[in-house]
Design a binder for this molecule. Structure first.
Ligand code: ATP
Length: 127
């Protein structure tokens, strides 16, 4: 790879990290997702979930956080295009938010399937 291509690749990664940083600084919802991600990592270590369960959790973290970034991008583009109330603007924002919600509900359900039996076993309700 030439020096020029390498530096343009590094710049692209830099812009992507800037986007992630901006979203974390400015958006409340991604802070909530990151808090849950931290809790899942803590309980995953504490309850010793299996490698397959880690893979499922990591995939779901990625899905929810990535969709939150896309949702933020859609909101920004809509606000850039119009400040007026328009049905298409509402459709774009609400469907993007719906995508995050679906992923978050599925992640929460998968989390319950993985963690609930282990948690109940840990407190002695299940054997
Ligand atoms: N230009 C617009 N035209 C029509 N409806 C809009 C427009 N901008 C926002 N809305 C709608 O108003 C509601 C609130 O939108 P807003 O952009 O404030 O998002 P929000 O729910 O506060 O999301 P977040 O907290 O992620 O910023 C949503 O239903 C959205 O679709």
């Amino acid at each position: 790879m030439s020096k020029v291509n390498r530096s343009s690749l590094a710049r692209s990664f830099g812009y992507a990290f800037q986007g992630i940083g901006t979203c974390i600084r400015e958006e409340r919802n991604i802070k909530i997702h990151l808090t849950f991600t931290g809790l899942v990592i803590f309980f995953g270590v504490f309850l010793k979930i299996s490698p397959l369960e880690w893979c499922i959790c990591l995939t779901l973290f990625g899905l929810v956080l990535a969709l939150e970034l896309v949702n933020t991008a859609v909101e920004a583009v809509v606000d850039l295009v119009t400040e007026e109330r328009k049905p298409l603007a509402k459709k774009a924002k609400d469907t993007a938010a719906g995508a995050v919600l679906i992923a978050a509900i599925c992640a929460a359900a998968a989390g319950l399937v993985i963690f609930l039996p282990k948690g109940l076993r840990w407190i002695g309700v299940l054997h």
